[in-house]
Design a protein around this ligand. Structure first.
Ligand SMILES: [Zn+2]
Length: 327
């Protein structure tokens, strides 16, 4: 009987099995510590909490187990490395096909820097991506490092996201801006409609809560200029009380939604206005006075790129002040 026993805690099945097997094969003794535990409501059972096994066998098997673990980890690391290499190869190949004028080494460099490569049709306020000069024309300065690039032929330009934008500082006063816009558009009605149109688009980039109240106010007081109204979409929120079924159990009507299964519903409309031979289109939850049968444009579909003659724009905050001023 071996006097030199060490404590082995259960938890590593293969290790325990091997040590116990070797101990038995060597004709040596080992001890088991157990505790009584309840299994089920009235039944009791025993649970092994520790083994006391010969120290030399334990040490040998423990080391062997550690080696085994290490080998497995190394194998996994090699496999992960190989997968990463394959992923890199695949992505770089795809990008090389997409941007044939760029050198492969350049594309590899971008991949390693985790810089995404975009094409010019993926850039603009509606894609929430722009170059420094693009954002400047829309009234913003950029901060921080670019994480994406846009490719035109062999040239690459850095890209910035809306979270990196700050209002450009301008020396133009509101009075100056107002006079400039009145001169440019010829009337305050047209200047106001244009300011609303631009500010409306910039909401996608830089959100100003106050803007929507101004927009709805304008929409309500300009219904006489409406030429067309359409339903863009109906937004329905399901009733959580009855999971949208409208019923509790089988025969009890849900009191939260009166059996409709809909908790709330609101309709987004497309309004079209004519102002001095120009047509303006706005979306709002305000119901238009005229409502046609035809379905209006839904959110993902609208948002035109800015035309060069529409730029540069003043900062969004100033556009909103201009709208207040003109209203
Ligand atoms: Zn309900």
């Amino acid at each position: 009987m071996s006097e030199d026993l060490v404590k082995l805690l259960p938890g590593d099945g293969p290790l325990t099995r091997r040590i116990l097997k070797r101990t038995r094969e060597a004709g040596l003794d080992y001890r088991i510590d157990t505790v009584v535990v309840s299994i089920g409501r009235r039944r009791k059972g025993t649970k092994i909490v520790a083994y006391h096994v010969p120290k030399d066998i334990y040490t040998e098997e423990f080391e062997r187990r550690e080696q085994q673990k290490l080998r497995k980890e190394q194998q996994l690391a090699i496999k992960a490395e190989q997968q990463e290499r394959e992923k890199r190869e695949k992505t770089v190949n795809e990008q090389c096909a997409k941007f044939p004028k760029l050198d492969r080494s350049r594309i590899e460099e971008f991949y390693d820097q985790q810089t995404e490569i975009k094409s010019f049709d993926e850039v603009g306020y509606l894609h929430k991506l722009g170059t420094k000069s693009y954002w400047r024309k829309l009234g913003f300065n950029v901060i921080g490092n670019p994480v994406e690039v846009v490719v035109r032929g062999k040239q690459c330009f850095n890209l910035y996201r809306p979270s990196q934008l700050r209002d450009i500082s301008t020396r133009t006063s509101l009075v100056n801006l107002k006079n400039r816009w009145l001169k440019k558009y010829g009337s305050s009605e047209l200047a106001l409609a244009e300011a609303l149109r631009f500010a409306n688009r910039l909401q996608k980039v830089c959100f100003y809560e106050d803007f929507y109240a101004l927009k709805d106010q304008w929409i309500k007081s300009n219904q006489h200029l409406l030429v067309d109204g359409k339903i863009a979409r109906v937004e329905e929120r399901m009733c959580w009380s009855c999971d949208g079924s409208g019923m509790y159990y089988k025969d009890e009507e849900c009191w939260k939604c009166s059996g409709t299964g809909i908790y709330s519903s609101r309709t987004l409309y497309e309004h079209r206005y004519r102002i001095e031979d120009r047509v303006f289109s706005f979306h709002s939850y305000v119901q238009p006075k005229l409502l046609g049968e035809e379905k209006g444009a839904d959110l993902p579909a609208y948002g035109q790129p800015f035309r060069p003659d529409e730029l540069p724009l003043p900062p969004q905050s100033m556009l909103i002040k201009l709208i207040e001023e003109l209203m």
